[in-house]
Design a protein around this ligand. Structure first.
Ligand SMILES: NC(=O)c1ccc[n+]([C@@H]2O[C@H](COP(=O)([O-])OP(=O)(O)OC[C@H]3O[C@@H](n4cnc5c(N)ncnc54)[C@H](O)[C@@H]3O)[C@@H](O)[C@H]2O)c1
Ligand SMILES: O=C(O)C(=O)C[C@]1(C(=O)O)C=C[C@@H](O)C=C1
Length: 381
């Protein structure tokens, strides 16, 4: 696999040159967010691909891409960079189909899949004829999915992992890193197998635990609805990711199953140690487990989008009046406060309704809270 040289900074003495064409396959949360990072930037032209015409129409009407098509050939033709943003279970098939096309010499192909070892291994075996594959994985995302959830600041200050191999041409890697600068993420390079071990532990295992925990409580709730009603911040914080897309996560977990099986074995050990502390009524032991965890957690990177939290949220009690949700959104809009999401929650029986308001920036949250409190709304976190 080799990449011929293309100049990604093509402002030339010979006049305006062809834009750099970036083809994105699967313009969902991640593909759409990458598209928004690149669209409108000097010298870049973003093409979105979907197998469905309705999705192509949506990409265009949302203005996420410059051009969109259902034709794999048309999207890949003349692309300088191809980004595969489809579910992990579809990556090999896409690589096969793309490898069969006449690609532009020097084309770079990358992916954003949450697992890296299998796709890197697969690409190594393919004959990409002048193109280079470099595995990629932005460590940012959300429990939401689809292009509607895409946002250009998703990757800001997050880590973006690349998994070059010994055969990856340095020039291609440098070019990909240059284009990824538009994401404002911090690129880190690591081995694909090591990636899957680490990301299995810090992302895949937590998703399994969150889903198992929610399902355990849902079973209890079948006999008494108070379980759900009383679920507060603690349960919400630890289970947000249980709302993630089932198809995306089915593929990730099956793909990284060997790593996960080992991690789940270790997890059972952790739980058993807790059980023992409880049986032995070992208060000091429990305190020490909390202290150790708090100490480690306090050193996690602060306020890095996608790593800890990508949203700043508050809750607002709303009276049962027609149009109240629209009024709140209008008040925020008139004050030029950027609301990133609004969700109606019916989890409390003592008030008519609760709205969850999400903001991308802490400053927007602070301004929204001040405004809503001045309008006599009860706001809490
Ligand atoms: N969600 C996250 O937090 C996150 C973070 C980093 C990386 N990833 C990875 O990014 C990739 C996309 O995930 P997402 O969260 O953007 O999901 P998404 O559901 O928002 O987007 C997936 C895209 O792939 C398309 N697609 C789905 N099934 C397809 C199929 N069979 N053939 C062709 N296209 C298909 C969808 O139409 C959509 O455009 C996955 O590989 C995932 O592992 C996800
Ligand atoms: O923030 C979230 O909701 C995420 O699930 C993002 C998250 C993670 O586990 O941190 C999920 C999958 C990715 O591959 C990378 C990041």
């Amino acid at each position: 696999m080799g990449a011929e040289s293309i100049d990604f900074n093509r402002s030339s003495a010979t006049g305006p040159s062809e834009p750099i064409r970036i083809a994105i396959f699967g313009v969902g949360l991640i593909g759409g967010s990458l598209a928004l990072c690149w669209k409108g930037k000097p010298g870049l032209h973003v093409v979105g691909h979907s197998i469905r015409q309705s999705s192509v129409d949506k990409y265009l009407s949302l203005g996420v891409v410059d051009e969109a098509t259902t034709s794999l050939e048309a999207a890949a033709a003349d692309a300088d960079l191809i980004v595969l943003c489809v579910p992990v279970g579809n990556l090999d098939e896409y690589l096969d189909r793309i490898a069969a096309l006449p690609l532009k010499p020097g084309c770079i192909i990358t992916d954003v899949g949450s697992t890296k070892a299998s796709v890197v291994r697969y690409a190594e075996r393919l004959k990409l004829r002048g193109a280079t594959f470099i595995g990629g994985h932005p460590m940012a995302g959300s429990e939401r999915s689809g292009v509607e959830a895409a946002t250009p600041d998703l990757f800001e200050n997050a880590y973006y992992v690349l998994t070059p191999t010994g055969d990856t041409p340095v020039a291609a890697l440098t070019r990909l890193e240059e284009l990824l600068r538009w994401t404002r993420a911090n690129v880190v390079k690591t081995d694909a197998i090591l990636h899957d071990d680490i990301v299995g532990a810090i992302s895949h295992l937590p998703h399994v635990i969150a889903v198992a925990l929610v399902n355990q409580i849902a079973r209890y709730n079948e006999t008494n609805g108070l379980y759900r009603s009383l679920a507060a911040g603690g349960f919400r914080d630890i289970t947000r990711i249980a709302s993630s897309d089932p198809f995306i996560w089915r593929d990730i977990l099956l793909n990284n199953r060997n790593v996960l099986l080992k991690l789940l074995g270790d997890w059972r050990g952790e739980i058993e140690r807790f059980e023992q502390l409880l049986r032995e009524e070992d208060g000091e032991g429990i305190e020490s487990r909390f202290r150790q965890a708090g100490e480690f957690r306090s050193h996690l990177p602060e306020r890095r989008k996608g790593m800890i939290t990508s949203l700043h949220e508050c809750y607002v009690d709303v009276p049962d009046q027609p149009g109240i949700v629209g009024r709140i959104a209008t008040e925020l809009g008139q004050a030029r406060i950027n609301l990133s999401n609004l969700h109606i929650i019916e989890s409390r029986e003592d008030v008519p309704g609760v709205l969850r308001l999400s903001f991308r920036h802490a400053e927007d949250l602070e301004r929204a809270v001040a405004l809503l409190q001045s309008l006599q709304y009860s706001v809490y976190f």
